[in-house]
Design a protein around this ligand. Structure first.
Ligand code: GRG
Length: 296
């Protein structure tokens, strides 16, 4: 499978759907539409929406009906990046190879653009039930996965502990909490939401959840590794920011080699969770490899 070509095609479909969902009218608040679009179309890899669609496909669902959830996930992910880059958080100048949102539009507009994307995500998902009132339970469950995975017991919770841990030596439990919530929770929510709207059985949902936990955690450890040895041009942001912000990471706690071994171990466990499904699992396994090995 040519995974890069496959990912590009899926990312193009997601981009087209996002373009129809994001406002662009010439109204008095036009600037916020520009700000939201600036970050949404700044060159993200669309990994989370691709996961939503892939898990829907895996359980035999119709990927068209999962597209609004995929787009909502990308909106939430992008809002989190805009807010994470703010001076009061990580204070980053570059993201996705371009100046960060607040560097172009100012801090107030960047905060509002993040808020706008978050609201639009829920509007987009709720409209799926308003426009077609079949399978409402699945729709509510999928929205709930995304709301909780990105909320205070998920991504935001992880970000809180991450901020509290700056300039401190943290233990492995705290690091695990941060990684599982700040990063893995959105990956898990993407995979579970896609599977739910696709009509997954209990067993499929359990297996996909195990897969998601291993891959989500591996994805963040890889991020820690890349912050030490990554290529700035490929990553589209400066490396070394964890050291600069005095953040404990998997590599600072255990070293590069152990981090690499952990990623390999998590990838193998992730594959084991779904390989019994045979060919059906092919794309998710290729995608997992790409996610944790980050061969961009
Ligand atoms: C501000 C509420 C709030 C949360 C911020 C997601 C997050 C929490 C912070 C972003 C910083 C960071 C290192 C997150 C880890 C997850 C991660 C590796 C994000 C980058 O994801 P990619 O590689 O990015 O999928 P693209 O740009 O391709 O979408």
């Amino acid at each position: 499978m040519d995974i890069k070509k496959e990912l590009q095609q899926r990312a193009n479909d997601i981009d087209n759907a996002l373009d129809t969902l994001l406002p662009k009218e010439s109204t008095p608040q036009e600037i916020i539409f520009k700000s939201m679009r600036y970050s949404i179309f700044a060159g993200g890899k669309r990994l989370r929406p691709i996961l939503v669609l892939a898990s829907c496909e895996f359980v035999g669902g119709n990927t068209k009906s999962a597209m609004p959830y995929a787009c909502a996930m990308e909106m939430i992910h992008t809002y989190s990046l805009i807010h994470d880059d703010l001076p009061s958080m990580d204070n980053d100048d570059y993201r996705r190879g371009k100046l960060t949102n607040h560097k172009i539009f100012g801090e107030a507009m960047a905060i509002l653009a993040g808020d706008g994307l978050l609201n639009l995500a829920y509007e987009t998902m709720l409209k799926t039930g308003i426009n077609d009132n079949t399978n409402l339970e699945q729709k509510f469950k999928a929205i709930n996965e995304i709301a909780s995975g990105s909320g205070v017991i998920g991504m935001i919770g992880g970000q809180v502990v991450d901020i509290l841990s700056e300039n401190k030596a943290i233990d492995s439990e705290t690091l695990h909490f941060i990684h599982s919530n700040k990063t893995a929770a959105l990956i898990i929510a993407s995979i579970r939401a896609g599977a739910i709207v696709g009509g997954a059985t209990e067993e499929e949902l359990d297996d996909l959840t195990k897969f998601a936990k291993y891959i989500g955690y591996g994805f963040q450890i890889t991020d820690d590794i890349l912050d030490v040895i990554g290529d700035e041009e490929k990553l589209g942001k400066k490396i070394g920011s964890d050291v600069q912000n005095n953040k404990s990471t998997y590599t600072s706690l255990y070293g590069l080699e152990a981090a690499q071994q952990k990623v390999d171990e998590l990838f193998i466990k992730g594959v084991e969770a779904i390989e019994k499904y045979g060919k059906k699992a092919d794309f998710l396994i290729h995608l997992a490899k790409y996610l944790v090995k980050r061969d961009y």
